[in-house]
Design a protein. Structure first.
Length: 343
């Protein structure tokens, strides 16, 4: 089951142009494109005539022409031309989906409730001139909830990401989990630890550091990780005032594709050294490698659970508290039931 009465990311804004982009989102095959005036469009990817995918067709002005019998559909999904006849059957329509372009993303709405643009999640860091952004995309052949679990349990950094962002300090740090205003907050402080390789290269730390991250999760698949570090033993506010902290926002936007696949849009935003294009690209390349490691693990988990269906948590650990609370929150939205905070 997928949460539908919410805005979800269909694409980066730069992905849409004057070519048809097919994509499956929440189990729905859709096509995405821009009109000649630049407005984004999303239609279901099937012709009303014989259900041949419209992605096999082409754009003719602002209309999509089916590649089988040439029917043309405008951005509202209305058929405006049938070759060989003047009368257009009333049933010759395809579904058009509401879209909003904001924060460098194209947001889509699949639900039956009114699509309110004011409900688009806040990812303003993407376009804020005071933040430098390293962005990318991964397709993950795994259920979207496994990605949520992964981001709400960052102990895996100690074992999956040993050459980039992880070391033993992450797994050994106590976890605090809080349910607040429809979000789950999973927080860790790692005190007086060695800086992982990424922190040496991207943040300039060589001596021991205090490090923190808080994952803020909102269903169905939005995670903002407040991530920072400073010299070990520092007072946080004093270190901020002295410019000794290195803080980032790791932005994770997950849209289900199918029950066994997900679109993973991500970015790392930083408010320091924002004019350094070389650093921006270095961070992007390092995060690609890091999320490649996650992809390998999550796809292996998907295969294993598909071969032997069971709970995603056959053995629950203390470190699972954030992920389990995230699961409860998703279930609450899907069922409309109240969710209690985890013990």
């Amino acid at each position: 089951m997928f949460i539908r009465n919410c805005w979800q990311v269909a694409a980066f804004a730069h992905e849409l142009g004057r070519e048809i982009l097919p994509r499956t989102l929440c189990g729905e095959p859709v096509i995405l494109y821009r009109t000649e005036a630049g407005a984004p469009v999303a239609l279901e990817d099937r012709c009303a005539h014989r259900y041949v995918p419209l992605s096999l067709g082409r754009l003719v002005g602002d209309t999509v022409q089916c590649g089988y019998h040439g029917l043309c559909f405008d951005p509202s999904g209305t058929c405006v031309r049938v070759p060989g006849q003047d009368r257009i059957p009333a049933a010759a329509t395809v579904r058009a989906f509401p879209l909003v372009e904001r924060h460098d993303f194209i947001w889509i709405w699949f639900g039956d409730e009114l699509a309110n643009p004011e409900l688009v999640p806040d990812f303003h860091w993407m376009t804020d001139p005071d933040w430098a952004v390293s962005a990318g995309y991964h397709h993950i052949a795994a259920n979207y909830q496994y990605l949520n679990d992964n981001l709400l349990d960052l102990t895996h950094e100690s074992f999956v990401h040993t050459e980039s962002i992880g070391n033993d300090a992450v797994a050994n740090a106590p976890l605090s989990v809080e349910l607040r205003d429809g979000t789950v907050r999973a927080s860790r402080w790692m005190l007086n630890c060695e800086p992982p390789p990424f922190y040496v290269a991207a943040a300039g730390f060589t001596a021991r550091i205090d490090r923190w991250h808080t994952t803020i999760f909102t269903p169905p698949g939005f995670h903002v990780i407040e991530n920072g570090s400073m010299p070990a033993g520092s007072d946080l506010e004093a270190a901020r005032a002295a410019g000794q902290t290195r803080e980032r926002r790791v932005l994770n936007l997950i849209t289900p594709e199918t029950e066994s696949g997900a679109h993973y849009f991500w970015a790392v935003a930083r408010p320091y050294d924002i004019g350094n294009a070389e650093l921006t690209e270095y961070i992007r390349q390092q995060i690609i490698k890091t999320f490649d490691e996650d992809k390998h693990i999550l796809e292996a988990q998907q295969r294993a659970l598909a071969a032997r269906p069971t709970s995603a948590f056959p053995v629950a650990l203390r470190a699972d508290a954030g992920a389990l609370q995230g699961r409860r929150l998703v279930d609450q939205v899907l069922t409309g039931n109240h969710v209690e905070a985890a013990e």
